[in-house]
Design a protein around this ligand. Structure first.
Ligand code: FES
Ligand SMILES: [Fe+2]
Length: 405
């Protein structure tokens, strides 16, 4: 860390301003050097151009192959756990094509994940999106289950001379917590799979964000009529900012200057805002307010560190041309006193996100009728080639196990 991270009182920055401070500071100095030389610059290992086949975005067979091969082999995002505070708190989680889930806070540091399906005769057990309950009572025949998933009572005891073991508890989903998010473990037998290993290379970066210090501000959901990979591709390049977002983001984002970096299969883009040099000189501890980072947690979770909020966006593939997007917006707990500013930061970005979604839906419509075989990506879009190479490696791997510790 450089000396300029120490503020006027000689103390290290605290709270919301310190998010990613160690990561941002050296880059801030580096970007300022480049800005002063008045060059546009992309900092990346040269990888050349990359071409991606259009059938990967429109072909239902290719989509089915992803469903059968890819998603079963990797951890799948479930939800952040910030809204689960007290024992008995729960949320329900529904992603089309995946089993409906109940996430239940079972003790001080553990959440359990169950299928939201009654073992008696298959009804949906919990209909509310969130709440706090001692027991879940099935609306069909009123069997009740504890928040730990165990059968409390079956109505009319005499109707059931016996209840075999398998009907006495909700079906558990194997899930683990990482970065204050719950992840469903790979469904295929892969006993050596380790979440620690999967995220090892990006662990420092995520820790520097400090998710546990953030509170959930709101959550936005939207169906996007486009293949999930087009959405992810959009987030892992800033090449489009100065054109697509010319009236929204471009006036504040530098847009010409960024660093693209890989952390194993994960990725990151860092870019300065236009005021960085001035702010760095006058209030160096406020660097976080003048830089933006976007992370890819491979393959379909995007983490955005914006000046006044952090977002986690999950892109759930519904079909070859439909993706369910869910964005969780967080603010640092110490920024709660400036929550109006944070809220504006969220809305400002939401406008730009709409521009992205509309453009991407148009791309999808074009790809479905175009006779072109492929798309082209340059050095400024190098994380996209990496995404496809990593996806290809898993899809080609077929039945083999991935990422053993
Ligand atoms: S299906 Fe739930 S109690 Fe019958
Ligand atoms: Fe965008």
């Amino acid at each position: 860390m450089s000396d300029t991270n120490i503020n006027a009182t000689g103390k290290l920055p605290e709270g919301g301003e310190s998010v990613l401070n160690d990561v941002f500071s050296p880059y801030a100095d580096y970007f300022i050097d480049i800005i002063e030389q008045r060059h546009s610059y992309i900092s990346t290992e040269p990888v050349g151009i990359y071409e991606s086949q259009i059938k990967h975005y429109i072909c239902q067979n290719y989509f089915n192959n992803e469903q059968q091969t890819l998603w079963k082999k990797i951890p799948q995002f479930i939800a952040p756990i910030q809204s689960l505070e007290k024992i008995g708190d729960f949320i329900t989680v529904d992603y089309q094509g995946r089993v409906p889930m109940i996430v239940s806070k079972v003790d001080d540091d553990r959440c359990a994940v169950f299928e939201n399906v009654c073992p008696h005769r298959g009804a949906r057990l919990e209909h509310h999106g969130e709440g706090c309950k001692k027991a879940f009572i099935c609306p069909y025949h009123s069997w009740s289950f504890s928040h730990q998933g165990n059968l409390i009572a079956a109505r009319w005891k005499e109707a059931f001379p016996e209840i075999p073991e398998q009907y006495r508890s909700l079906t558990s989903i194997v899930a683990q917590k990482k970065f204050s998010m719950l992840w469903q473990m790979p469904g295929e037998p892969n006993h050596g799979f380790s979440l620690e290993h999967w995220f090892a290379d990006i662990e420092d970066q995520m820790s520097a964000i400090g998710f546990e210090q953030h509170q959930l501000l709101n959550c936005r959901e939207r169906m996007v009529r486009a293949n999930w990979k087009l959405l992810i591709e959009n987030f892992i390049e800033y090449y489009h900012v100065q054109s697509l977002h010319r009236n929204s983001l471009a006036p504040t984002l530098n847009g010409q200057l960024y660093s693209l970096d890989s952390f194993a299969q994960h990725g990151r883009i860092l870019t300065p805002l236009k005021n960085l040099a001035q702010v760095r000189r006058q209030t160096p501890h406020k660097t976080r307010r003048e830089m933006v980072a976007t992370y890819l947690l491979f393959p379909n979770v995007i983490i955005g560190v914006q000046p006044y909020h952090v977002f986690v966006s999950f892109y759930h593939p519904v079909s070859a041309n439909q993706t369910w997007s869910k964005t969780f917006n967080f603010i640092h707990k110490t920024d709660a006193e400036i929550s109006e500013v944070c809220q504006l930061d969220v809305e400002y970005l939401a406008e730009a996100l709409e521009e992205d979604y509309e453009a991407i839906e148009q791309v999808q419509r074009n790809l479905e009728v175009s006779s072109a075989p492929s798309l082209l990506y340059g050095e400024a879009e190098s994380l996209i080639g990496q995404l496809h190479r990593n996806l290809g490696a898993i899809l080609r791997q077929g039945g083999k196990e991935v990422n053993q510790a």
